[in-house]
Design a protein around this ligand. Structure first.
Ligand code: ADP
Length: 199
């Protein structure tokens, strides 16, 4: 049985202004994901604020990921408090997302949450492997973004878990904006008898 999930992608203002929307969507379409909703919007403060919830877990994650990268490079991480670090990232992130239009997309397919994260790559483009969206189209780093006191310009957001995806889809789309239609690839990917000899 297929385990179809929905996941939310936002092409951030850097991805839109660099003209990478088509490149990014192509990668999701060609792997077999179905687009069930899509729109370009200038985000409202409240929506971005709800999207990036300032939880203890998020602040800790943002802090630890950056700290690890500095340690891997043999450098001292110049911040000691995950709360103030996380809060300043969040403030910058909200302003960044509101700085220009973004493209919000809902994608559906087999284990789409993890699959899309794989295609997107690591948070820091400089560490994201070639072949991933962030690895192929950006060279931004913690070092550069922290020196410039701004969030990483990593082109795209993708939901981290199925639960997060549900919350995020509901922030950006109404039920009426989620489309139901037959995707031709669905048969080749999910129909168990599709490649059996026809009787
Ligand atoms: P991801 O987008 O990979 O799920 P997070 O949820 O940890 O990453 O962070 C959300 C966004 O905040 C990132 O995509 C990035 O734009 C920005 N960000 C996270 N950590 C940092 C950091 N240490 N320095 C600058 N920007 C950051």
């Amino acid at each position: 049985m297929a385990n179809l999930e929905q996941t939310l992608v936002l092409v951030k203002p850097d991805g839109v202004s660099r003209g990478l929307v088509g490149e990014i969507i192509t990668r999701f379409e060609r792997i077999g994901l179905k687009i069930t909703a899509m729109k370009m919007i200038l985000p409202k403060h409240g929506d971005v604020d709800r999207h990036y919830e300032l939880t203890e877990e998020w602040m800790q994650g943002v802090y630890e990921k950056a700290k690890k990268k500095y340690a891997d490079l043999g450098q001292k991480f110049p911040y000691s408090d995950h709360k103030s670090y996380g809060e300043s990232i969040k403030t910058g992130l909200v302003e960044f997302l509101k700085s220009g239009p973004i493209v919000a997309i809902v994608l559906e397919g087999e284990q789409s949450v993890a699959l899309v994260r794989k295609l997107v790559g690591a948070t820091e483009p400089m560490s994201a492997p070639p072949g991933t969206i962030r690895g192929d189209f950006s060279l931004d780093s913690y070092a550069l973004s922290n020196a410039q006191n701004r969030p990483l310009r990593n082109l795209i957001h993708a939901s981290g878990t199925v639960e997060e995806a549900k919350k995020e889809v509901a922030i950006w789309f109404t039920d009426a904006e989620l489309h139901h239609y037959e995707h031709v690839l669905g048969s080749a990917l999910y129909n168990s008898s599709f490649f059996l000899p026809k009787k």
